[in-house]
Design a protein around this ligand. Structure first.
Ligand SMILES: Nc1nc2c(ncn2[C@@H]2O[C@H](COP(=O)(O)OP(=O)(O)OP(=O)(O)O)[C@@H](O)[C@H]2O)c(=O)[nH]1
Length: 211
């Protein structure tokens, strides 16, 4: 007999300032390649990543690559609709892109929430860590504190160029989304048993970031 097959489809947003590496992160994650050539995203791009989460579970991630130049524009409300999670990306070599992170987070929280009113899960990516100019995240405790204060579920130093921590960051986000989905199902239909949902362990900000 075949094992029960569970399928999840999640829309994930990838947002952050211009040129921080959103498209490159998605390219690395989905197509396993990298280009140093920069071409600004116009509007929004899409990519699909299929994860074989466990022997019975397939998770499909619909990644929305939103142009940095859309910054807080009217269209973001439309793009954010029905997303279950997000990556907010900054460039470790450009401090101004880190300063913009809270604005991206606040903008997201003001336009998007889960059906139970809770904020969606967001993971912070400190990208281009291969550049070795990371003055921002060298104090990990400060970053953990920043994540707690601003409601990020975790943070990762990433490099699309060197393929560092992108899979790990995605796993962290998906774990939180699966956990949120369990909460949602319980809050909507508390008496109905949902045999197709497992209850994943919720990871804390720091353990998630350092796994
Ligand atoms: N060294 C290094 N360069 C990177 C990395 N990620 C992206 N880049 C470079 O940074 C530039 C911008 O990357 P993109 O992925 O286009 O940035 P983006 O955030 O999608 O930009 P917009 O679509 O304009 O918002 C490109 O030249 C990339 O090659 C990385 O991890 N390390």
């Amino acid at each position: 007999m075949q094992a029960a097959h569970k399928e999840h489809l999640y829309k994930l947003l990838v947002i952050g300032d211009l040129g921080v590496g959103k498209t490159s992160i998605i390219k690395r994650y989905v197509h396993q390649n990298f280009s140093s050539h920069y071409r600004a995203t116009i509007g929004v791009d899409f990519a699909l990543k299929v994860l074989h989460w466990d022997p019975e579970t397939v998770v499909r991630l619909q990644l929305w690559d939103i142009a940095g130049q859309e910054r807080f524009g009217n269209m973001t409300r439309v793009y954010y609709r029905e997303a279950m999670g997000a990556f907010i990306v900054f460039d470790v070599t450009r401090p101004a892109t880190f300063e913009a992170v809270t604005k991206w987070k606040n903008d997201l929280d003001s336009k998007l929430s889960l059906p139970n009113g809770k904020p969606v899960s967001v993971v912070l990516l400190a990208n281009k860590c291969d550049q070795g100019k990371d003055v921002l995240t060298n104090n990990g405790l400060k970053m953990d504190q920043f994540c707690k204060e601003h409601g990020f579920v975790g943070w990762f130093e990433t490099s699309a160029k060197e393929n560092i921590n992108i899979d790990e960051a995605s796993r962290c986000l998906v774990k939180h989304i699966l956990a949120n989905e369990c909460d949602l199902m319980e809050s909507i239909e508390p008496d109905v048993v949902k045999p197709h949902l497992t209850s994943p362990k919720i990871v804390s900000c720091s353990s998630c970031a350092k796994s």
